[in-house]
Design a protein around this ligand. Structure first.
Ligand SMILES: Cc1cc2nc3c(=O)[nH]c(=O)nc-3n(C[C@H](O)[C@H](O)[C@H](O)COP(=O)(O)O)c2cc1C
Length: 410
């Protein structure tokens, strides 16, 4: 997600460095926009080094990119921490005399503000009034903490801890994204397969893969929140993940590819949107031993594998009128072909409407709470990107579901 972090000229500006760290580590792109005063507390090199992006304070630098409009337009979330009494007043008044206030005026993304100032400034009627007006306009103003302030005094006005600010800001974004998708899928049936299939070798061993099913389960939750009737085929997803899903999702548990195929066929026949997020085994053992296989001296073991059916290909072949089929591609790439190029080739080859691609090279994604995906759409001329989403799997799923839903109901 593209996050703009506004930093204004308060003593707590140094704490914003930690906020940049937390957001970057969660995989977000962070553009720091400090005020002139903020740079008197913490210099531009700190922000540039931590964020990996250029820093400027005024609207007259890099004019060719029209940044005073562009930064706000491209933002998914604008967070201002710390926000001075002065910045609250300027934002309330609609003043746009620097890059940060211009960005706030142009963005349609959620705006989260974390004020920090002396208690007297916080309780001054002017500030109280500014906060009331900002909240009434939909700006999310975090209540300051109480504690040690600049100098010896203490009281309400202290900047909350960086992690608390980040958690609040991300929850605001999640809520806003869910609101935007809410009702979009009312009356639609969505079928999602998730997890990873297992092919038994004997009663205790199997050939499997590293897919946890977190992403697919989060997609099912997002589709449910968007108003859809949801069926989730769960291929070996941990029960704690399934238990966290909202009630009302029809969960069908499967183990093998053959079992998954049978549920997919049955459910796809009634679904408006089919999302194949499960990691399906391409091969299964030709024979499954009826009892636990024993080691045979020092001899090695050769297992014959046979191909499993291509479930996605079968669904595309039997596609219902108006049905949207979404494939998933977890690619590592190869020395000759990048992971992104492989995904583009896959959507053209598989002829599904959309493809959610993630780069899983180097152990990225599997089993983690964060992910980075690109949604591709198939057109007459090949694959086109509909959006890149990075962050917590739950947040990414809301954005991906929103993209799928908008494409499907178009
Ligand atoms: C040492 C020092 C600490 C300050 N701390 C704060 C503060 O925590 N909160 C605040 O609202 N203003 C604080 N100020 C005042 C702001 O820096 C001043 O209002 C400035 O104009 C804010 O500019 P900006 O809102 O464009 O960043 C402080 C000033 C100084 C000199």
């Amino acid at each position: 997600m593209n996050i703009v972090l506004g930093v204004t000229g308060g003593i707590a500006a140094y704490k914003a460095a930690h906020i940049v760290r937390i957001l970057k580590e969660a995989g977000h792109s962070v553009r720091v926009v400090p005020t002139e005063s903020a740079l008197r507390f913490v210099g531009a090199p700190t922000w540039e080094a931590l964020s990996g992006q250029a820093v400027q304070t005024d609207v007259f630098t890099r004019v060719e990119d029209v940044e005073h409009v562009l930064i706000g337009q491209e933002a998914d979330l604008v967070l201002i921490a710390p926000a001075t009494a002065d910045s609250l007043a300027r934002i309330r008044a609609g003043i746009a005399d620097d890059l940060l206030t211009a960005t706030v005026l142009t963005t349609t993304a959620p705006v989260v503000v974390a004020p920090a100032m002396h208690t007297e400034m916080w309780f001054n009627p002017a500030t109280v009034d500014n906060v009331i007006v900002l909240r009434s306009r939909g700006v999310h103003v975090l209540e300051p903490a109480s504690g040690r302030l600049t100098g010896a005094d203490s009281g309400p006005g202290r900047l909350p801890e960086p992690q608390e600010i980040v958690d609040f800001a991300l929850s605001v974004h999640r809520e806003a994204a869910a609101q935007s998708a809410s009702g979009l899928l009312a009356g639609r049936r969505v079928f999602i397969s998730a997890g990873g299939t297992r092919e038994p070798l004997d009663p205790v061993r199997f050939l499997g893969n590293r897919s946890s099913g977190k992403q697919g389960a989060a997609l099912a939750a997002a589709a449910h929140r968007a108003g859809a009737e949801v069926c989730l085929a769960s291929a070996n997803i941990d029960s704690s993940i399934l238990a966290s899903l909202p009630t009302g999702i029809d969960i069908r548990e499967v183990e093998t590819t053959a079992q998954l195929e049978s549920v997919c066929r049955e459910q796809a026949a009634q679904a408006d949107i089919v999302i194949m997020a499960a990691a399906v085994a391409d091969y299964r053992p030709a024979q499954t031993a009826g009892h636990k296989m024993k080691k045979d001296g020092d001899a090695g073991l050769t297992i014959e594998l046979v191909q499993n059916p291509d479930i996605l290909a079968g669904l595309v072949e039997n596609r219902r009128e108006g049905q949207t089929i979404v494939g998933f591609a977890a690619e590592t790439g190869s020395p000759e072909t990048s992971a992104a190029e492989m995904a583009r080739q896959k959507i053209v080859r598989k002829r599904c409407d959309l493809l959610v691609f993630n780069d899983v090279s180097g152990g990225k994604t599997f089993g983690h709470d964060t992910t980075s995906v690109e949604v591709l759409a198939l057109t007459d001329t090949g694959a086109v990107g509909l959006g890149d989403f990075t962050g917590d799997k739950a947040d990414v799923s809301v954005s991906v579901m929103d993209t799928i839903a908008k494409h499907a109901v178009e």
